[in-house]
Write a new protein. Structure first.
Length: 320
């Protein structure tokens, strides 16, 4: 079944590539990539490595707080290795499975491990939404040079999603017993999923110390991801204000996380064109930026493979 789903995602990726191909001047894309400024690409690689380190620190904080202590070195190992595995998987879901598998060796409690992995994933999404809503609103209230209609939609939708998320958490916790009785009468699988979601929301709402630390780390990571894409655009001689990149690139990244195609191929380039065309980024430059982004991420995937072969004996089978 999983093999079949992978082929579906691969097929979708090929369809996206084909659609982009027939609408793109491939010769121009090759020419654009050939003229790339390597200094900015090097800066982008350094930024993505720094992001991996922050991800490692966040993962360590979450595991330590949940009685699954882990050293920073081991956390770096699992983040780099899982990133390599997730590189070619739809939405990077394989990375979450590997992180969960590694955590399961520390704590033989599937429900707890699932909660930890979901919390790590959800806090990243929340930070993206907060960043999008904050910076799009700031731009909306300033002298914005792009498409006001697109910006207004982005600001409204992102703000509503952030508000809805926190209201949903508050309602769920307020009427926890009522929801438990409601789902307790349902099939066991539904009840199990509901309990895991409830545990994640409790972690967010009740553990304020952990929440504040990981949220700050996550916001910093999203800012760095936007800086990464800014460097990629600058390497192509595209001059867009950093604040505009911060307001829009997290949307591109969130769409890449959807398990639609392998590695976000096609989705990334299409979203970049739709959101950044207002700044003069045409389809050829969108595809070029996507290829460079893919290449930068590939460098981390290669590093992860090297780390696995060098340190799997030390960290791969560690247990508490």
């Amino acid at each position: 079944m999983m093999f079949k789903k992978t082929w579906v995602k691969a097929t979708l990726a090929l369809i996206f590539i084909f659609i982009l191909y027939i609408n793109t001047d491939v010769t121009e894309v090759i020419g654009i990539v050939k003229q790339v400024d390597c200094i900015y690409i090097l800066l982008a690689v350094l930024v993505v490595f720094l992001i991996r380190l922050l991800m490692s620190f966040r993962w360590k904080l979450i595991l330590d707080e949940n009685a699954m202590p882990i050293s920073f070195a081991e956390s770096v190992y699992i983040i780099l290795v899982s990133g390599s595995v997730g590189f070619l998987s739809p939405g990077g879901v394989a990375a979450d499975f590997l992180k969960g598998h590694h955590a399961y060796k520390k704590e033989n409690n599937l429900s707890k491990v699932t909660t930890v992995v979901l919390f790590d994933k959800l806090i990243g999404i929340v930070s993206m939404l907060v960043l999008i809503s904050l910076f799009s609103t700031i731009l909306l209230l300033s002298s914005y040079q792009g498409d006001q209609e697109i910006l207004a939609i982005v600001s409204l939708v992102s703000c509503m999603m952030v508000i809805a998320l926190f209201i949903g958490i508050a309602v769920l916790l307020k009427f926890e017993q009522s929801f438990k009785r409601m789902f307790g009468e349902r099939i066991p699988k539904v009840k199990k999923v509901f309990n895991m979601v409830l545990n994640v929301f409790k972690e967010i709402a009740l553990n304020k110390a952990l929440m504040s630390k990981v949220l700050i780390l996550s916001l910093l990571m999203q800012l760095l991801r936007s800086l990464l894409f800014y460097f990629i655009l600058r390497s192509l001689s595209i001059d867009i204000a950093l604040i505009n990149v911060i307001a829009y690139f997290p949307i591109v990244f969130m769409l890449m996380l959807l398990p639609i195609t392998i590695g976000g191929i096609g989705v990334r380039e299409g979203a970049t064109f739709i959101l950044f065309n207002q700044f003069g980024v045409d389809l050829e430059y969108s595809i070029s930026s996507g290829l460079l982004f893919y290449g930068v991420q590939l460098s981390m995937a290669v590093l992860g493979v090297m780390v696995y072969f060098l340190f799997s004996g030390k960290y791969g089978d560690q247990k508490s």
